[in-house]
Design a protein. Sequence first.
Length: 375
Amino acid sequence: MIRPKTSANNNGVRLTLGKVSLILPALLLVQSPLFPQSAPNAAEGQSATAAVPVPAPDVAPAGGGDSHTPLPGEPGSGVVKRIFGVLPDYRIVDGTMLFRPIATKPRFTIATKDAFDYPSYMLTAAFPELPALAETSDAPAAPDTGDPDQAPNAAPGASNPPASNNAAQPAAASGTPIAKQQPKRILGIMPNYRAVSAGTIPPPPTPLEALKIATRNSFDYSAFIFVGVTSLLAEGTNAHPALGKGVSGFGGYYWRGYLDKTAGNYLVIFAMPTIFHQDERYYAKGEGGFWKRGIYAASRVLITPNYHGHASFNASEVVGRAAAQGISIAYYPRSDRTVGDLASKYAYALGRDALTNIFREFWPDIATHVLHRHP
């Protein structure tokens, strides 16, 4: 009697199982939604792998008009609108759907949703650093700030090395000690994109850079908080009786205050400096006595360097704030459109900017000597 070769049979079984273990995952992967199946060929004998997916034809609905391609997140798209209920998912399409070009209107709708969805503001708050646009320079001379004691930090004809976005490194780039550096945010809350550290010699801002600063100042999360606080105070003191009291009155103050702030930012930081060729950034002095630095900071609402670095009358601030008050006539009650009311708001806007400059000037000293931290 001949005994079977057990070892050979076992080897064959092992070989067969090994092949199956390799083939099954491949079959499952091919059948998954990541690899949609192409339509079978009509002619026999033609290889199935030669089939090319054909976009589904646009078929007009029976009632006439254009057919509608479901947007991601709409019924029929197979995709949820948000991941974890937070992250927008409008651009994802289910892999089992046939390819279909998206029309211009749905594409615009998706772009608008991505741009103005609330997580975009959360990301701006989480990553507030503005790309370096004020700390690098090829300019031959420092801007004339109107102060004879404000001397440039670099020798004539020398260019500053590029600065880093890292708040801990500008000292090496500009030669200014870290304790004198102007941060991008004060206390991590207040935007400080318009401030230039003492001794830094930046080039004139381009219109695009000015537009970026105005936009970030207007839509930063702190802007909504600031307008909320000022609106609450105005409603509490009944600054504009025609707007009423309570929740409805607060809402009336809030949207008008936000329009005031946004219009002022775009006019003073972007539009007017582009027209008058002026640099509306604040150049910190950083040295000297308290009164000397305070007067210097407050006077920047009237004096600012132009594109050539020479001190000039700050028409961007003066005219821009006046234009913003003129625009506000369109949405404030008729009883609050008197010359006295407009003059009061105008003086408040100039005074607020002067106090902001003073706070910017002394913030590095406050952070270093009072809070014992880097600015």
